[in-house]
Ligand binder design. Structure first.
Ligand code: 5GP
Length: 192
């Protein structure tokens, strides 16, 4: 999506350690109209796939997951990272290693919210090593549901998580794929 690439170039900041900061429009100060445009693009890519729900993990995937679910006309559910008192009963869980925080957390969803007849589209803001998406795929399958595919706003192609998921047969749709980036060397996008 050209418009996203342009926003990344004009408003994103490449930090040390392979981290792209896009808080200025995507995951802290959120450009709502642009988020809807991105969601419409993702929804078109999965329009014929029988998606029944959109799943993400809190926090920064929630905005694009909500907008995508609204565009598809289906509910959105998000996995919680901390077991709080309002998460009880049967849970579907997955252990996920966080690239940005360098820790491991348990993502949990109430088992009633993902049913065996669901076809789930998993949505997140970033795809790096693929840990978050792989964890959510495992969580969906542990509930007996199927995965329609995964969609992200920004894939960091140089971390290979997206390609390894594609190789395992998962449909992965990314609005922008970055193949190279460095704090002083600029950003190179992949154009398939
Ligand atoms: P993965 O699990 O694919 O290694 O990393 C994806 C998760 O880490 C996403 O949920 C996202 O929140 C976070 N993440 C990974 N790389 C970046 C990055 O460069 N910038 C930001 N803001 N978040 C990232």
């Amino acid at each position: 999506m050209r418009a996203l690439e342009e926003k990344i170039l004009s408003e994103g900041r490449v930090l040390e350690g392979g981290v792209l900061q896009v808080g200025a429009f995507l995951n802290q100060l959120v450009d709502t109209a642009f988020t809807r445009e991105m969601a419409d693009d993702i929804a078109s890519a999965f329009a014929g796939d029988g998606v029944t729900k959109v799943l993400t993990v809190e926090t920064s995937g929630i905005m694009i997951a909500f907008a995508t679910a609204a565009a598809l006309g289906v509910p959105m559910v998000f996995a919680k990272k901390n077991k709080t008192s309002n998460l009880d009963g049967n849970l579907l869980t997955a252990e996920i290693h966080s690239f940005t925080h360098n820790n491991t957390y348990t993502a949990a969803v109430c088992a009633d919210y993902i049913r065996p007849d669901d076809k789930i589209l998993i949505v997140d803001d970033f795809l790096a090593n693929g840990e978050a998406l792989r964890g959510l795929i495992a969580l969906v399958r542990s509930g007996g549901a199927s995965v329609a595919g995964c969609a992200v706003q920004i894939e960091k192609g140089f971390q290979r998580g997206g390609d390894s998921l594609r190789e395992s047969g998962v449909k992965v749709y990314s609005l922008a794929i970055i193949d190279e980036m460095s704090p002083d060397g600029g950003i190179v996008f992949r154009h398939p």
